[in-house]
Design a protein around this ligand. Structure first.
Ligand SMILES: *Cc1c(COP(=O)(O)O)cnc(C)c1O
Length: 380
């Protein structure tokens, strides 16, 4: 047998859902572009990472656990859960820790989905939802992102999502705010949805950017779990807390759902360093406050630039903004790479004319805006 025929045999051996999977496309790593171009001073605004980095308390908290790396981590994450429970005013038993919140999304799919069942989510929603759904053989029911609600035309259409729910639906994924669009749902909109969704459908509200949102109508859904036991809220230390490299996130749910997720979870899915850093980070309110402030200013800077240069954009409440570059975004992305700037093409989200750009520091934003202006002048 030739090598290629063995490979194609393996393909047919995989379960059907895996055969059809589109791999997740991560932002291009800085090292990779450095190797390709032989330049330094690369600016990565591609993965919604915090340009200010983590809390210095979190970095200090990494020192002591270095002495214990021969030992397995605390598989129950006792200390971190204790702090989260106190700060979020929930019970420790409601928490499921994950190797990033993507891990928790995967646990939800593995716990509630299988062949013959389906998950409902929106067009342009976070790419991990279709991956975790398909990987377990379940069907993705994708609602067209359409003009109800205040954030048309790219935001979730909760009416359309409700209409897709059937007796085989077990999960609904809602990103609030959504990545890559930056669109969001108000407390009113989400509450009306929760009132109407069948109680045997688990609603996952993915709040990866919760701490960045500065809108009076934005809900604190965690307070609703007592009233809606089918609600699961996920958050992460990868975004505002600046700990993406350590991989730690969590779900808060009813105790019953958390018990199920924790059965499926690998026993040591969150490592010792991640647990230590997250425990320190959650207590550093200043780091969160400053990061949110710098992001608000950066969003303003970007929106002003978009207005000034007549670049259409999707209004965002996250730490990123989708800019319409007036045609196929791929050549614009490539030209920015040549200038040492990594952003994110979003054609895989059915947004072929947009680039998603992470909000950086003022200096970083200035460089990215100037370079984009120059690149668009050359290409358009
Ligand atoms: C970044 C992101 C996550 C979190 O990913 P981690 O696995 O926690 O790093 C979850 N949901 C959305 C919508 C995101 O953009």
């Amino acid at each position: 047998m030739t090598k290629t025929s063995i490979e194609s045999d393996f393909h047919t051996l995989a379960v059907a859902g895996v055969q059809g999977l589109q791999p997740y496309l991560p932002g291009k790593p800085i090292d990779e572009l450095e190797r390709e171009l032989g330049i330094s001073n690369i600016l990565k605004l591609a993965s919604n990472e915090n340009p200010l980095g983590p809390s210095s308390n979190a970095l200090r908290a990494l020192q002591d656990p270095l002495q214990t790396l021969a030992l397995y981590p605390d598989g129950n994450g006792f200390a971190l859960k204790q702090k989260l429970a106190a700060i979020l005013a929930i019970q420790r038993e409601q928490i499921t820790l994950g190797n990033g919140s993507n891990d928790v999304l995967d646990l939800l799919a593995r716990s509630f989905l299988t062949t013959g069942r389906n998950a409902v989510f929106s067009e342009h929603a976070f790419a991990v939802y279709p991956i975790v759904t398909q990987a377990v053989g379940a069907t993705a029911k994708v609602a067209t992102a359409h003009p109800t609600g205040h954030n048309m035309p790219y935001g979730h259409d909760l009416e359309a999502m409700l209409a897709l729910i059937d007796s085989n639906t077990r999960l609904v994924f809602i990103a609030n705010p959504n990545n890559p669009t930056g669109t969001w749902l108000t407390a009113d909109e989400l509450e009306r949805f929760m009132e109407r969704v069948p109680q045997d459908v688990i609603v996952v509200v993915d709040e990866a950017y919760f701490e960045y949102v500065d809108e009076p109508e934005y809900p604190n859904t965690m307070l609703w779990i007592e009233h809606y036991p089918n609600l699961v809220v996920t958050r992460t230390f990868s975004k505002i807390y600046g700990l993406a490299g350590l991989r730690v996130g969590y779900a808060v749910s009813s105790i019953e759902v958390a018990d199920l997720l924790n059965r499926v979870r690998q026993p040591f899915n969150v490592n010792t360093l991640a647990l230590a850093a997250a425990s320190a980070a959650i207590e550093d309110e200043d780091q969160v406050f400053v990061s949110a402030k710098v992001n608000q200013e950066g969003l303003q800077q970007w929106m002003q630039a978009c207005e000034q240069y007549a670049w259409p954009y999707i209004p965002s409440v996250g730490n990123f903004i989708c800019v319409d570059v007036g045609g196929d975004a791929q050549p614009v992305y490539d030209a920015l790479l040549q200038q040492g700037i990594i952003v994110r093409p979003v054609a895989n989200y059915k947004l072929p004319n947009h680039l998603r750009i992470t909000i950086g520091t003022e200096t970083q934003n200035t460089r990215c805006i100037a370079t984009l202006k120059q690149v668009l002048k050359e290409l358009r």
